[in-house]
Design a protein around this ligand. Structure first.
Ligand SMILES: Nc1ncnc2c1ncn2[C@@H]1O[C@H](COP(=O)(O)OP(=O)(O)OP(=O)(O)O)[C@@H](O)[C@H]1O
Ligand SMILES: [Mg+2]
Length: 312
């Protein structure tokens, strides 16, 4: 009998990978915002049309990319963030799989303009369904402007599974809030269908929480700053009188500075449930940064939304 196993073409492999990484417009928002933060952007804009089904665009003033890197960034397993397996244990950024842009470009129409400060001209790239349509020099400000149009245009079954604009916007809002909350020093603007949803100036964490969740949040906040031998917890928690019966409030967790002393960058943004057993209420929790001791080994799942922790 003839051999029957064959390697899948890249386009199909990318689409399969995209199934893991890109589930809905909010996944695109998450990946693009994380890249903009990793690029050192200090002003980041998110522009969304039709709850991201028509357009998700992120504009940053970060480091930009060279012509070759711009093209490479859409290849699978292409990343500037790790070089060897051991780098995985010292990640200081929100990207490490080198899979996000390749996945996005396999299921959408993508246009990117990018320029580094040292380059006179930028690069414009258009990719649709993993197929390079255009790559040319262009006028561009320093940083990266990436527009993702018509998500799942080539995978109708997945497009049909997208929910109403209200539901998809809720997911997008959620992702935006998580990234904005974790980076109060970065200024963010978020527009949906030409209406401004958020304009967040650079500030401290309390100001960011209040700008995101409304002035009334201010009086709910209790600062938490616990530094014990075992663990360091930093952030704000809601007063018990504002706690809810349901898990309605926002819960954020970031694990920083896993084992290395020094630089304390946000590595992972996930959700944490803090449940007060005695009173059966859910306390609000606004960005707790947890600095874990060396003896705890953390394994971040590729989705970067959850992690496993074990004692070494
Ligand atoms: N906005 C940006 N500004 C500058 N460089 C970028 C930007 N977005 C992507 N890149 C470059 O493209 C590379 C690929 O990005 P991509 O998001 O696909 O992978 P990653 O961020 O390395 O890992 P992950 O798949 O976990 O997100 C990045 O490593 C980075 O070098
Ligand atoms: Mg990334």
């Amino acid at each position: 009998m003839a051999d029957i196993i064959q390697l899948l073409p890249d386009v199909i492999a990318n689409q399969i990978a995209a199934g893991e990484v890109i589930q809905r417009p909010a996944s695109v928002v998450k990946e693009l915002l994380e890249n903009a933060v990793d690029a050192g952007g200090t002003n980041i804009q998110l522009i969304v049309k039709e709850a991201g089904k028509l357009l998700v665009q992120v504009v940053d003033d970060g480091c930009g990319m060279s012509e070759t890197d711009a093209r490479m960034s859409f290849e699978r397993h292409a990343t500037s963030k790790i070089k060897e397996a051991k780098d995985l244990f010292a990640i200081r950024t929100m990207g490490f799989r080198g899979e996000a842009l390749a996945s996005v470009a396999s299921v959408a129409q993508v246009e990117m303009r990018t320029r580094r400060a040292i380059d006179e001209l930028g690069t414009r790239i258009v990719i649709e369904g993993s197929e390079l349509k255009t790559q040319e020099p262009c006028q561009s400000t320093v940083g990266t402007n990436i527009a993702v149009r018509n998500l799942f245009f080539n995978v109708p079954a997945r497009r049909n599974f997208l929910r109403s604009n209200t539901v998809e916007m809720r997911h997008i809002n959620d992702e935006f809030q998580r990234v904005a909350l974790a980076h109060p020093s970065i200024s963010f603007i978020f527009r949906h269908n030409n209406t401004e949803v958020y304009r967040l100036p650079s500030g401290n964490l309390r100001q960011r929480i209040v700008n995101l969740f409304g002035a009334a949040t201010n009086k709910k906040l209790v600062p938490v700053n616990e530094d014990t031998e075992l663990v360091r917890i930093l952030g704000y928690i809601g007063k018990p009188e504002y706690a809810k019966k349901t898990r309605g409030e926002q819960y954020f967790l970031s694990i920083a500075d896993l084992s290395k002393a020094g630089g304390c960058s946000t590595l992972w943004l996930g959700r944490l449930r803090i449940y007060c057993l005695k009173t059966a209420i859910h306390l609000s929790l606004f960005l707790l940064t947890l600095t874990l001791p060396v003896l705890i080994l953390t394994c971040i799942r590729p989705s970067k939304k959850s992690s496993l922790m074990t004692i070494k």
